[in-house]
Write a protein that binds this ligand. Sequence first.
Ligand code: MSP
Length: 517
Amino acid sequence: MAERFYITTPIYYVNDVPHIGHAYTTLACDVMARFMRLEGREVMFLTGTDEHGQKVEKAAAAAGDKPQVFVDRVSQNFRTLAARMKYTNDDFIRTTEPRHIKASQALWKAIAASGNIYLGSYEGWYSVRDEAFFAEDELVPGPGGKKRAPTGADVEWVKEPSYFFKLSAWQDRLLAFYEQNPGAVQPDSRRNEVVSFVAGGLRDLSISRTSFKWGIPVPDAPGHIMYVWLDALTNYLTAIGYPDTGSAMFQRYWPADVHVVGKDILRFHAVYWPAFLMAAGLEPPRRVFAHGWWTVEGEKMSKSLGNVVDPHAMVDRYGLDPVRYFLLREVPFGNDGDFSQAAMVHRINGDLANDLGNLAQRSLSMIQSYFAGVLPKPAHFSDSDRLLIEQAGMLHQSVAAAVERQALHDALAEVWKVVGDANRYVDSEKPWSVRKTDPVRAGTVLYVLAETVRNIAMLLQAFLPDSAARMLEQLGVPAAQRSLAQLGVRGQLVSGVQLPKPEPVFPRYVAEEKGAA
Ligand code: MSP
């Protein structure tokens, strides 16, 4: 049976339209999901929307809608974005669905049955924007002497009856869990933050609210709705059939292989979530990976600054694969990064058009003009031929290893090393001049180049799906032969096959107006 791979995005709050930060988390997951499918793994890739809580309730009121009408509308924006970005999610979960309400209530009951929930009263600070409780000593000074959450969000004083989760009792078990599973929270710097947070002591967590209505009712507790984070985290279980833990789907896919999250929501995933799960007798996820945040032209993205980057507008302007490439390549996955037009154009014209585009286009055009588009048969391989073929052949392993550790930028850097080697190889072998005196040798060089481009395109399928498919078509690689298991298969490129006329895959970006770039 194929190995399985369960990967999830955070579910997005529907208070807002999706921006490039949301597109980013799902993009990274999409690349990993596609890559694992190409590797022959059975993949479950989940995304969706987080539709309960005070923040969404307020946004609905501000829009003059009933919450359900509002969430139905805004959730659709995230599906539209997924289609536009060609995300290959296997399911799209919404927390207002009956399957999710059932799962959340079942998880609550399982945690309660373990003795980890008690009734009390919460009095303290709450940030609606973060949907999080804060202790006095966590607050920071804000304008006008007002205190704010460490995220900069406003806080309000809340006093209400509430159920609590005995998080304080989980400190040692959580620390033991991180110790025994060093890969469970990544990157390492984030893991260290989480460990020191837990080592500093944990307070019990308020997990129900009574001062508003928009949420999942707590079982057998009239007036209480679940804290939105407990509700939201449960989505990862709902989608694979919880509470039916005996189902084939649940058995196959839990625990998840990776929850990808932004650094801002790491604590919920790496501290609260494993504690909830362990309390309910379930295994914690194998890994939580936190990525960094994007700023725009050096500034924090915010509605008030008017600099929120709309992914649709980016795709309209630059094309889908260039946007995907930029987001994945510009910044090491895990670090913060800056989105700027100049950096975007630099990547498109440098890495894509000049380096990869040129390599593919000149190799294929030479086959077209010197050999009438018929893939030449290689003769004797020289040392330089063998070296390049070997480097291209080793790419699979290094790219797979990078994807395995969520180092998507490294995966691309590995590919581009070979792109650079191949371009240097063309320059030094000069097939355009060799062909005049030794057409057989020129044919061998072009075969080596075609084989190198094939390896590159095969490995890029997960990252640049449209462009890689076009490159493989131009190389005559049939769609049925594009799984990565085929990479090691010799003779996949069939000498003597008529190749289609090559078309450039990566156009240069030319600014439409002065200053646009
Ligand atoms: N609803 C919660 C998640 C619940 S998961 C059980 C939530 N939603 S969110 O819509 O606010 O954020 C979703 C994701 O978008 C987070 O991973 C967050 O880090 C990411 N981003 C939001 N703005 C971002 C940037 N400017 N840059 C990169 N990612 C950003 O939190």
